[in-house]
Design a protein around this ligand. Structure first.
Ligand code: KDG
Length: 332
């Protein structure tokens, strides 16, 4: 069984029921989520040995977070315990014209305050097939940032493949330029995931006018990332927001070695919960690549898996390989 290691912050998510506004309802539903945790959960459901690395507080909240990961089938042997708190984020789903809204309450979390040398990456990555991290992690603190860079360095040294999902979160970079550290993180990776806006904001690579996500712009962005930063493959997502409850969803994958750009089929999805859609795309692309599927097929698999995620409440994508393949086959 292939083994994938993901590293990042796990948070508790609190959401009002249905399309209610935050605090309109006296009830908030709890979920656990976080970009790389969402990837780890998706991979576990796809049958991969999925190891997740983070730091959780040593209290009942941290215990609940750990139990939630294990319930998804994620391995947690390398989860550190410590720090004062678990980060929280509030998500109001939105509806029709009212967009999704996210409020973070995550400063000084156990993860953000971890020491740069808290993790022994040689030991953790030994025997792994793949390492995944997002551009959120270096935004959270000096410790997570240095640890992520170290993990990527060790992975390269050990011949472990690396993917980085840019996951641009402007609120986490206020007053700072994400480009220097993100470019370092992405340099030489096997797969970079993002969208043209994130590529411009986080890597300083501008391929077209803001908002233009034509095939030509996707190709230009992917080629530039590959040429400047040596990424072997660049996967770009394209979300067309009709309303909070309806999205068009398609993706493209550029392979530097062949110069080919594959564009996926387009899904028009009635959205139940869009959070984690990009993470499930990254996870399914990792799965399909490790499964030996050719680029075009891997891209279709990842796109179908992430379209399915948009129909599932919570951050985690709980779909199996057979369910994803069935969607692809059903759509010809
Ligand atoms: O990609 C989904 C993530 O954005 C969500 O799970 C929360 O990790 C998160 C973040 O930092 O925004």
């Amino acid at each position: 069984m292939k083994r994938v290691v993901s590293f990042g912050e796990l948070m508790m998510r609190l959401s009002p029921p249905g399309s209610e506004r935050l605090f309109q309802s006296p009830q908030l539903r709890t979920f656990f989520g976080g970009s790389e945790a969402n990837v780890a959960a998706s991979l576990a459901h796809l049958g991969v040995r999925s190891d997740y690395v983070t730091r959780l507080p040593a209290n009942a909240v941290g215990d609940a977070a750990l139990a939630a990961l294990r319930a998804e089938g994620v391995r947690t042997n390398n989860v550190l315990r410590g720090g004062d708190r678990l980060g929280i984020y509030f998500v109001e789903s939105g509806a029709d014209l009212r967009a999704l809204r996210v409020v973070y309450d995550r400063a000084n979390s156990g993860f953000a305050t971890m020491a740069a040398d808290a993790l022994d990456w040689e030991m953790i990555l030994h025997g792994a097939d793949w390492f995944h991290v997002s551009g959120i992690t270096p935004a959270l603190g000096e410790g997570p940032s240095a640890s992520a860079l170290r993990a990527v360095e060790v992975a390269r040294h050990l011949g472990v493949r690396v993917s980085v999902d840019l996951n641009y979160r402007p609120a986490l970079w206020t007053g700072r330029d994400p480009a220097p550290v993100t470019r370092e993180l992405v340099r030489g990776c096997d797969v970079m995931v993002g969208n043209p806006g994130a590529v411009a904001a986080m890597l300083g690579v501008r391929a077209g006018e803001p908002g233009n996500e034509s095939d030509g712009v996707l190709r230009a962005a992917a080629e530039a990332v590959s040429a400047e930063l040596g990424c072997k493959a660049v996967a770009l997502t394209r979300r067309e927001v009709v309303s909070a409850s309806e999205h068009g969803w398609s993706t493209a994958l550029y392979t530097a070695a062949t110069g080919e750009l594959h564009a996926s089929r387009h899904y028009q999805v009635q959205v139940v919960d869009r959070v984690g859609g990009g993470d499930s795309f990254a996870a399914a692309l990792i799965y399909a690549t490790l499964d030996g599927r050719p680029a075009a097929q891997a891209l279709e698999f990842a796109t179908a898996a992430s379209a399915l995620k948009l129909t599932i409440p919570g951050d985690f994508n709980r779909v199996t390989v057979d369910e994803v393949d069935a969607i692809i086959n059903r759509n010809g």
